[in-house]
Design a protein around this ligand. Structure first.
Ligand code: CAA
Length: 260
């Protein structure tokens, strides 16, 4: 897996992806977005034994400080449409990824960076993390799903306040408001994310991917989430892992899941 702006390591079924533009606080330029698309829509899909992904940013200061503002020059309405649609497509690929993706946030998660963290399934923040949607400072609104996903995590009133004031919130407030799942000492966020992924990796893989799809369905306005739950539940009932899980429980032993 070769990328211009991503570093990857793969061990024990867990892929750690580092956005590697620390001098620009890991801002999402076109190349980085294209790398993320290639990873989540192609390369990682074919990775043998993949059970989870950690997404993080290089350097001490930032997860991702937003879309790359140096690429905004000359952006017209059509360019804005294309840019936002491109971001939406990639972030949906992350949100709909078949194994859990955890954002390990060790610094600024602003604008497109906060949106990227929100597209992940779980967020582990270091005690130095800062979250915000400062787009109104630039005369913009979020373009990578921020207006929709922020409401999902923190509710309409708090989302509107953050979106309109451009205020940043620290890790503790993100935790209190439901934006972060955990806060850990700075530097321990990747380790904590891996620990969570290892716990999830012990469960039945198909049940995990269907959990992701079904929870996503709640927010999918084209599909009734409750109906999706019925359909996906029926799919899990068909699996060998379900038979094994139920049998193991009744036999009072640990289940051995095969992903079938
Ligand atoms: N795009 C491009 N470059 C960026 C950047 C961004 N979003 N954020 C930071 N940088 C660059 C800076 O220009 C600077 O580069 P130079 O060293 O070449 O000058 C370098 O990263 C370090 O940044 P600062 O010197 O500004 O660092 P700081 O510690 O003083 O401030 C900060 C940190 C508060 C995060 C500040 O950099 C900042 O406000 N960045 C912009 C944040 C922002 O507005 N994000 C939203 C972008 S719009 C968006 O994301 C739209 C969308 O939804 C799709």
């Amino acid at each position: 897996m070769e990328y211009k702006n991503l570093l990857t390591t793969y061990k024990d079924g867990i892929l750690v992806v580092t956005i590697n533009r620390p001098k620009a606080l890991n801002a999402l330029n076109k190349q980085t977005l294209s790398d993320l698309r290639q990873l989540f829509e192609k390369d990682a899909l074919n990775l043998e034994g993949l059970r989870g992904v950690v997404l993080t940013g290089a350097g001490e200061k930032a997860f991702v400080a937003g879309a790359d503002i140096t690429e905004f020059n000359g952006l017209d309405a059509q360019g804005g449409l294309d840019m936002a649609q491109n971001g939406h497509d990639i972030f949906f690929s992350i949100e709909r990824f078949h194994v859990p993706v955890i954002a390990a946030v060790g610094g600024y998660a602003l604008g497109g960076g906060c949106e990227l963290a929100m597209a992940c399934h779980i967020r582990v923040a270091s005690d130095k993390a800062l979250f915000g949607q400062p787009e109104v400072n630039l005369g913009l609104i979020p373009g990578y799903g921020g207006t929709q996903r922020l409401i999902q995590y923190i509710g309409k009133g708090r989302a509107l306040e953050l979106l309109m004031t451009a205020d940043m919130i620290d890790a503790q407030k993100a935790l209190d408001w439901g934006l972060a799942n955990h806060v850990v000492p700075h530097g321990e966020e990747i380790e904590k994310a891996i620990e969570i992924l290892k716990k999830i990796a012990k469960k039945a893989p198909l049940a995990i991917s269907k959990t992701i799809a079904t929870v996503n369905a709640y927010f999918d306005k084209e599909h009734d989430g409750f109906k999706q739950e019925v359909l996906q539940f029926a799919q899990t009932v068909k699996t060998e892992d379900f038979k094994e899980g139920a049998a193991a429980f009744l036999e009072k032993r640990k289940a051995v899941f095969q992903g079938k």
